[in-house]
Design a protein around this ligand. Sequence first.
Ligand code: ATP
Ligand code: MG
Ligand code: MG
Ligand code: MG
Length: 564
Amino acid sequence: MRLSQFHLHTEKETPAEAELASHRLMLKSGMVRKLAAGIYTWSPLGLRVLRKVEAIVREEMDAAGAIELLMPSIQPRELWDETGRWQKFGGQLLKLRDRKEAEYAYGPTHEEVITDFARNELASYKQLPVTFYQIQTKFRDEIRPRFGIMRAREFLMKDAYSFDVDDAGLERAYHAMRDAYSRIFTRLGLEFRAVQADSGAIGGDTSQEFHVLADSGEDAIAFSNGSEYAANVETARAADPGPRPAPSEDMRKVETPTQKTCEAVAALMGIPLARTVKSIALVGGDERFTLALVRGDHAVNEIKLAKLDGMAGYRPATEAEIRAHLGSEPGFLGPLHAKQPIRVLADREVAAMADMVVGANEAGFHLAGVNWGRDLPEPDLVADIRNVVDGDRAADGGTLRIVRGIEVGHVFQLGRQYAEAMGCKVLDDSGKAVVPTMGCYGIGVSRIVAAAIEQNFDEAGILWPEAMAPWRVAVCVINPKKDAAVVEAAEALYQELREAGIEVVLDDRGLRPGAMFADMELIGIPHRVVVSPRGLEGGTFEYRARTASEAEHLDHQALMSRLR
Ligand code: ATP
Ligand code: MG
Ligand code: MG
Ligand code: MG
């Protein structure tokens, strides 16, 4: 690519609205442009990177035996009524009407559509196992779209769905996807961790998230170097002095004191307040909140409040269930999620949260199940939930690390709930109609682009891992308008690199060297070669790796072997 023929539009000023490095650098480099809240145009530059990610995801999905298809973004309401999610999904679901007043959703995910496809297409166990996937635009009407494409409303996701007759098959499909995810993030050159996700009432090893490690991540993840154990502690803002979400409208309205709130929650849980509760802490992300009742230094229990978005694995827990659980271990109930740094709420937030618990239905929030703590390490892992720090001893003898991460992928054993609800059946080998068991597997293709930048940048700009860079090599021409010999040498090198299969961009725009180098650093090209009159005289090229502090002068042969 010749830059003079491309559309590169970088900004000199740092965009004021951007809090995160990735957001700032994507705007500054012109990779994305905002159209509306959480809705972005990918410029030609940004799209090159997005497509790289997409290609790697596609290759690894194919290699893992998944089969690509493409489902519509617009989904009829009737399908969502079948699973009950038209009501339950909550505010993230964008609802639309056509001219005949028929209702539709813009797909935030595709369990309904794929299950509909499956019930029509799959008739026999002989067609199983099968995993379908697509790479497609999703829309979620996030409460707080922020950080650019990191938490957008419109974004690109790879979503895959597996169908099997039995649990062993599901397990195999799940592991195949999980392994493919590891290969994807490894190939992308990212530092990541697979962590046990909070799978609520289902528990166990049925859901894992993949996190790109970055200090700015919204999630906190805990892992021990003594074992493979890692978990998402789902604490978006816990001990983080970083930007905090503004309280919602609801939260601002209520001004009840903490004590009253604690009483309300305790009453609902059927536990005497005086004995158990010191304060209430909130942990949680965007659409899910956890209330932890804190006695002394221990979280004694917690209730998940899921905005009813039909999150797999969460179902409303009955009051009786909560009581039964609490009653089974009177007094101390174990430091559930004790490894989470927990932020003690401001009074008005607590009040608002309790309001949601108590008036759950009206507020659109539901009790969504007690976390039984099954997927957590030993209780002695951490003694003090508010002082869990990096370096604490873990139950497995290792050292506890708490780092921040960005959720870029999620694998989940769904089971039969969707197939059951939608009447999807296949004949098994004895000719009996059985409901297949499903898995779902998502990757935030567009979010990966931002996550990679969060992990790889410096003052000058982006430091792309090679696999994601818009081009691997930039050939910068000094003074192209004045010096024909330089242009000729640069052109020859450009052609030679292209013929060698190296992705190269020729900066033939005729900018001053300073401005040209600044652009190439900003957009993060891993290798830069400068063709200048002085270099030509000495028979060398000036080569600099994006990560190196100094340039080197290399002759043609040394340069080529460096770039290959
Ligand atoms: P989050 O916890 O960040 O809200 P999620 O758990 O709701 O994500 P999933 O339903 O697991 O998301 O979707 C699969 C993947 O899609 C996520 O792992 C994430 O990488 C990506 N994703 C989800 N929401 C967004 C968004 N608003 N913008 C960009 N990517 C997203
Ligand atoms: Mg979400
Ligand atoms: Mg999540
Ligand atoms: Mg998820």
